[in-house]
Design a binder for this molecule. Structure first.
Ligand code: HEC
Length: 152
């Protein structure tokens, strides 16, 4: 019984994951993952995957998926800015503005707006890379879909 109460307590006290979009994605307890998992480059790898999926979600006019991926990129960038103290917030804001415009275009079913916002998002990736001394990490719209196990 005591164990159940402790478990329940930790569930109730656990913070809601920033990127939680479904009830299933709520964390069970307060656990700090290995710091190396949260390296800036690893967070960026996740963002890179989502940047690809966002492109194909746009092509498929899958409005829900566009919203989902936009929210997750935004949350991941916000986490990066919170974890890494030297990240200039204006670059995160630029990306977040482009993501908000993507969501707005999706809501309005505005394909041209979607394309323009995606271009601005990609520019915001590269602007921060240039400012951060990693201009050699050049992001572009994907040329093929690596995630063949997901339907778009
Ligand atoms: C606020 C700044 C900032 C923004 C915005 C940003 N990045 Fe990055 N990104 C970085 C920094 C800094 C690094 C290098 C990290 C390091 O030195 O380990 C990086 C690294 C990367 C890497 C290399 C990861 C690896 O291990 O190979 C990829 C890919 C990447 N970013 C993709 C993106 C994409 C896609 C976007 C836009 C959707 C984006 N980034 C937006 C700052 C940013």
């Amino acid at each position: 019984m005591k164990r159940v109460i402790i478990l329940l307590g930790s569930v109730l006290l656990s913070p809601v994951a920033e990127s939680q979009t479904t009830p299933f994605a709520e964390p069970r307890s307060v656990q700090t993952p290995d710091w190396s998992l949260l390296s800036l480059a690893n967070i960026m790898q996740l963002i890179q995957s989502r940047h690809i999926k966002l492109w194909y979600a746009g092509r498929a006019q899958d409005w829900d998926l566009i919203n989902f991926e936009s929210d997750h990129i935004s949350d991941d960038l916000t986490s990066a800015a919170m974890l890494y103290k030297n990240i200039p917030l204006e670059f995160v804001s630029n990306a977040n503005r482009a993501l908000a415009r993507l969501k707005k275009a999706a809501k309005e079913r505005n394909i041209q707006g979607l394309q323009a916002a995606y271009t601005d998002l990609t520019t915001s990736c590269n602007s921060c890379h240039a400012a951060g001394g990693v201009a050699f990490i050049r992001i572009q719209p994907p040329t093929h879909m690596p995630f063949t196990n997901q339907k778009f």
